[in-house]
Ligand binder design. Structure first.
Ligand SMILES: Nc1nc2c(ncn2[C@@H]2O[C@H](COP(=O)(O)OP(=O)(O)OP(=O)(O)O)[C@@H](O)[C@H]2O)c(=O)[nH]1
Ligand SMILES: [Mg+2]
Length: 311
């Protein structure tokens, strides 16, 4: 990696790229694969990502600022609205858009809505057909047909549309994707220092890491009712960082599940989260977790703001 002074004399490319698509198609997995590092949490529960997350890729060609977004979905409460706004908002201020879809899944209402918004947006769109490790991508022809129907011409006459099969999980075509993105970005100076890979506020990053550990342990109704609020972060006894986090759930029964028999779930998730947090901050962590019932937090603007979900 060249030094900053060398950089000043070198022509680099730089721009922002939004990764959008419905929940669970693999957007966060792709961001982590592009960066070669885990900054966005991943689980098989739809709607895992709740906010925009920026990941910054830098090499000798320049810098790409990726924006991972909450999956665009049909939902009604305040958090759903926040998530969809974050997803739509990301389309506006960026240079390129990756519309990630699951190549093995039929086109849904979400994709139709997103493509409806993308077709006249004036930006280059990369349609990422993800999960081709599972099969050859049965639904790719359907997407091509939909784009042709929406625009009334063959995809061969759409220079702003790039069809791109990949596997975020296996890393197939991920390096090639970075090459394609650089080809389509304009020249410009780097916007972030070369060693920065995310600008996510650290409290939200910490809360997300803890939340992921519970998502990985739970199924169905609990995850969407679960939130993590970091209440207190301070150094303790020299080098250890004391982090106190509250796990919010909406009902008594959910609290029991989150705690588990004899506290087993809470303990296991806490241990796994502590290890990730120690890696995130590069030091020892003392993690304290509390579980609290807070009815309808997904509707409560002040709680959402406390958690950092502010547009
Ligand atoms: N087989 C396979 N699985 C994948 C691939 N990419 C992601 N997954 C899996 O798909 C699930 C969802 O991945 P995420 O990266 O959390 O998806 P997302 O689009 O960020 O989801 P939301 O944040 O909920 O919108 C996880 O279980 C991933 O391991 C892939 O290329 N192949
Ligand atoms: Mg995600």
């Amino acid at each position: 990696m060249p030094s900053n002074t060398e950089n000043a004399h070198r022509i680099t490319k730089c721009g922002t790229v939004a990764i959008i698509g419905r929940p669970n198609v693999g957007k966060s997995t792709l961001l982590n694969a592009l960066l070669g590092e885990k900054i966005s949490i991943v689980s098989d529960v739809p709607q895992t990502t709740r906010q925009q997350i920026r990941g910054i890729y830098t090499d000798e060609r320049g810098q790409i600022i990726f924006i991972d977004t909450p999956g665009f979905h049909v939902g009604r409460d305040s958090l759903d609205k926040y998530m969809n706004r974050a997803s739509r908002g990301a389309m506006g201020g960026v240079d390129l858009i990756i519309h990630l879809v699951d190549a093995n899944d039929r086109i849904g209402q979400e994709e139709r809505q997103v493509i409806g918004q993308l077709k006249d947006c004036g930006k280059t769109i990369i349609v990422g057909f993800n999960k081709v490790d599972l099969s050859k991508g049965k639904y790719i022809p359907d997407y091509i047909q939909l784009w042709q129907d929406m625009r009334g011409k063959p995809v061969g006459e759409m220079p702003d549309l790039i069809l791109f099969p990949l596997s975020a999980l296996k890393g197939t075509n991920v390096d090639k994707l970075i090459g394609v993105l650089f080809e389509h970005l304009s020249e410009g100076p780097l916007l972030y220092p070369q060693d920065v890979i995310t600008d996510l506020p650290q409290r939200m990053a910490m809360a997300d890491m803890i939340r992921e550990k519970f998502f990985l342990k739970m199924r169905e109704e609990v995850p969407h009712s679960l939130a993590v609020v970091i209440e207190h972060v301070a150094p303790r006894r020299g080098k250890t960082l004391h982090i106190r986090a509250v796990i919010l759930v909406e009902r008594d029964s959910q609290k029991e599940i989150v705690i588990g028999k004899g506290g087993a779930v809470l303990k296991e998730a806490g241990t796994a989260a502590r290890k990730d947090l120690e890696e995130l901050i590069g030091g020892k962590v003392f993690l304290e977790l509390f579980v609290k019932i807070q009815n309808n937090w997904r509707q409560d603007q002040s709680i959402l703001e406390e958690m950092g979900y502010v547009v």
